[in-house]
Design a protein around this ligand. Structure first.
Ligand code: ME8
Length: 537
């Protein structure tokens, strides 16, 4: 993927009929880690809040769905009161996850609504909108129109929630989606990473071959009070803009200002597979119609499931925010972030949320991984060199790095730029493993029994380990910003946030740990977890 000078990362905007759960937190976390990675890459991160001017990370809420009205009525409040309450829950959830979003858009805000009207007017002017009759199927739970073929294939129930589809005969405004078939096909052909992962791209292309039909972009305003909720069509108050069209425009409306316009087009839209068609086909066609550039990538991940089953309201098996908070307070928030990012469904396959797996990964990667490795090295530096990095032979440690670990940083960079986050962190973890192997193999604790003879060798080994850990910690920071900041505080090596990643990660380079540098032992970053313990609740 080309490296854009400005990076723009988005998540879906979530429905406010209900509270957030693990799925919403996961997609927003993927976006957060990517945003932190890009800030680090360009040397733009701000050590305080992790934000910068060259990366823009957006999340928010989708509020004009009919189910918001129904849900509000069931709770005896108005739709906007209900939306206010739940939008707040989403904000709190993402703050708890330590997500560094630069903005949070709510589709009920004026700054969004006014832009939506502008875009609809532009489409009308272009001749891409007409009034027609819709006869077909509607999935009320997903607010999605389905063609006869798609409805039949799904046995006339929602492919996502299993609820029966509703037959609709409506007068609607339509968008001429069919006019963009050839242009979209050409875009897919020329841009292999437009939709990732590949399985999802193939899915879209398969459906695409059946041919595109024009789609409704408005719904009638009727006597039913529910139908009052939404943005009215320009110059026709008897129609409101279909919630999906309203929602998709959020990606553009937020940055379509003189100060932010350079962020367009998006680097990546993170979504899950449920809303792929909207993002991979309808949204790019709308952008083409508006003469706007298309996002570089639509990344459509799979689902978190629980005990092998889809999470749903009827099964009552959601991993709730409370469950996530219990994990964070027991094992630390960064351990939770680590588990979600490295074990989550970023690829095409669903991932099971499991306590046993959590503990296994926590112990292997964190307590016995970076945590133990950093303690071992700082303890030895304390014991043998009074807490100061010893004078070392740079040729020895450079050679050692070249033969064992030099590929970790490039592997990390490549994977992270390809948005393969678990592969990126795998590369960072492999560096920690190299340090552990180096210690097991050279046994500095044994050599140190005779410092008069072996002092230089012990110094070389420990300096090499310390420098490798410093580099690994920088690569791990997008996933575990708090824990790595703790380590940097103890090791007195907080990276200069204005330096680019390649420079920070240069082994034994100008920003490397120098002889005489003080390293404090510090508290253990991660305490080992007992596998037999019950899941936190
Ligand atoms: O679809 N596993 O909102 P929504 C992983 N408002 N991710 C999950 C998940 C799971 N089990 N469940 C949900 C909407 N998600 C529209 C979007 S965008 C212009 C409008 C995440 O509240 C995932 O990102 O139903 C999925 O795409 C999104 O929540 C759907 O959120």
């Amino acid at each position: 993927m080309p490296e854009p000078a400005q990076t723009y990362i988005t998540t879906p905007i979530y429905y406010v009929n209900d509270r957030p759960h693990i799925g919403h937190c996961y997609t927003t976390l993927l976006a957060d880690v990517t945003a932190r990675f890009y800030r680090l890459l360009g040397g733009q991160s701000d050590a305080g809040n992790g934000r910068s001017q060259d990366v823009f990370f957006l999340t928010g809420t989708d509020e004009h769905a009919d189910k918001v009205v129904t849900s509000a009525a069931a709770h005896n409040v108005t739709p906007i009161q209900w939306a206010d309450k739940n939008a707040e829950e989403f904000k709190k959830a993402f703050a708890f996850m330590n997500c560094s979003n630069d903005d949070f858009i709510r589709t009920t805000e004026d700054r969004h609504k006014s832009k939506v009207l502008e875009y609809i007017r532009a489409l009308q002017k272009k001749g891409d909108i007409y009034l027609g009759d819709y006869v077909g199927w509607f999935d009320e739970s997903q607010e999605e129109y389905l063609t006869e073929t798609a409805a039949k294939e799904a046995s006339f129930v929602s492919p996502v929630t299993g609820k029966p589809l509703v037959k609709k005969v409506e007068k609607n405004y339509f968008f001429k989606l069919s006019a963009y078939q050839a242009k979209l096909q050409a875009h897919f052909d020329a841009n292999p990473s437009f939709v990732l992962p590949e399985a999802r791209r193939n899915e879209v292309l398969g459906r695409f071959r059946e041919g595109l039909q024009d789609i409704p972009i408005s719904r009638a305003v009727t006597a039913d009070p529910t139908s009052q909720w939404g943005i009215k069509m320009p110059d026709d108050q008897s129609h409101r803009i279909y919630v999906w069209i309203d929602a998709l425009f959020n990606y553009l409306s937020v940055v379509d200002t003189p100060e932010r316009q350079n962020f367009w087009p998006p680097t990546v839209h993170y979504i899950a597979k449920d809303i792929l068609w909207f993002h991979a086909v309808i949204w790019p066609a709308l952008l083409m119609a508006l003469d706007r550039k298309l996002p570089a990538t639509v990344y459509s991940h799979a689902y978190w499931v629980r005990d092998g089953r889809k999470m749903s309201k009827s099964l009552g098996n959601f991993v709730t925010i409370e469950v996530l908070q219990a994990y964070a307070s027991k094992y630390s928030l960064d351990a939770l972030r680590w588990y979600l990012i490295t074990q989550g469904p970023q690829g095409a396959t669903d991932a099971d949320f499991s306590h046993a797996k959590f503990v296994e990964v926590y112990n292997a990667d964190l307590a016995n991984g970076i945590g133990n490795c950093a303690s071992r090295v700082s303890n030895m530096i304390e014991k043998y060199f009074e807490g100061k990095v010893p004078e070392y032979q740079s040729t020895w440690i450079d050679r050692r790095w070249e033969t064992t670990s030099a590929d970790a940083v490039p592997a990390y960079l490549t994977a992270a730029k390809e948005l393969d986050l678990s592969a990126a962190f795998e590369a960072a973890s492999s560096l920690i493993k190299d340090v552990d192997d180096l210690i097991s193999e050279t046994k500095p604790f044994t050599l140190a029994k005779d410092m008069a003879t072996n002092g230089q060798e012990v110094a070389n080994i420990l300096a090499c380990c310390a420098e490798s850990i410093r580099i690994a910690s920088i690569m791990l920071a997008p996933a575990m910003p708090q824990k790595m900041a703790e380590l940097w505080a103890a090791w007195n090596c907080t990276p200069d946030a204005s330096a680019p990643l390649a420079e920070l990660c240069a082994f034994n380079g100008p920003r490397g740990i120098k002889p005489g540098h003080r390293i404090a032992k510090g508290a253990a970053l991660f305490m080992r977890a007992d596998t037999a313990e019950a899941p936190p609740a």
